[in-house]
Design a protein around this ligand. Sequence first.
Ligand SMILES: Cc1c(C=O)c(-c2nnc3c4c(C[n+]5cc6c(C)n(C)c(C)c6c(Cl)n5)n(C)c(C)c4cnn23)c(C)n1C
Length: 331
Amino acid sequence: DTGSAAATPIDPRFDIAYVTPVTIGTPPQTLQLDLDTGSSDLWVFSSHTPASQVRGQRIYAPDKSTTSKLLNGHTWSITYGDGSGSRGNVYTDKFTIGGVTVKSQAIETAQQVSSSFTTEDAIDGLVGLGFSTLNTVSPNGQLTFFDNAKPNLDSPVFTADLKYMKPGTYDFGFIDKTKYTGEITYVPVETDPGYWTFTSSGYGVGSGTFSSSPITGIADTGTSLVYLPTAIVTAYYRQVQGATNSRSYGGYVFPCNSTLPAFVFGVGEAKFTIPPSYMSYAAVTDGSPTCFGGLQSSSGIGVNIWGDVALKAAFVVFNGEEPPTIGWANK
Ligand SMILES: Cc1c(C=O)c(-c2nnc3c4c(C[n+]5cc6c(C)n(C)c(C)c6c(Cl)n5)n(C)c(C)c4cnn23)c(C)n1C
């Protein structure tokens, strides 16, 4: 098997998150889901989600699928890094992304979603692509789509080619040589506790010197921004006129018309440049002259996170062989 599916930004103005069309059940029900390498639950808005919590999302109705089966007595409950969360019951059903089908995928149907999910009508749920050890289904943890699909994939990999303010792609089962330039640099992955954890070889601010120092963090397609140690973040914003660490906005902000340096990060011997345009994330509120930075401090999170702002500067291979590795290439 091989497959390919679009990853489309949910907002045309700035890359908050990306959604991918999937089909569930028989006849196929199409939903737009956020593929998230930072978690391992596949959950959807459903006919079990209270109407008061659904605002424009597409839903999965297991009762309308001839291939759905209730996973008796199983429940799930998840909380994400931004404090959002959801919980509910579990079915198995046919699940397809980009032509890759899993005949019996655990589909976690939401019985409750937090307000940030209700207000985001572009996201109908998430597909966790982290390691299955992170799955929250109880009493028996369930496998991710990738773990279920892997044995039938031509190659046990998936790749992320996210783009700045335009659709990119997720590929399953193959590495598309037309999507990157030069060589792919592979580094080891630490699978405990279940993220795609790897160690970057250092960073540089703009045209400044590159600081070779290991930065261990997770590659997380489900997180919008990059969260790194405070020392790196302050070194970056020291180069930005008028930048401050705002308590009220919860992070580094600066005048939107400030000149921003690029941010360079290393993987092995390779270097990746996040251009200034990616580093200005968004105006703090519509029309405000104050912009929120795409690089923020990870102190208080407990882990460094290479989110979409970094991932869209590269072509990334999530290699599910034993032992797993992660590959980065320029594009
Ligand atoms: C430790 C951590 C995170 C770890 O992951 C994190 C974060 N960063 N983006 C997201 C998430 C997203 C992506 N996402 C980000 C959004 C932002 C910044 N805004 C303003 C909106 C409306 C967003 C939506 Cl709808 N979606 N999604 C869908 C979920 C479930 C997320 C959970 N956490 N998250 C934050 C803000 N922090 C502090």
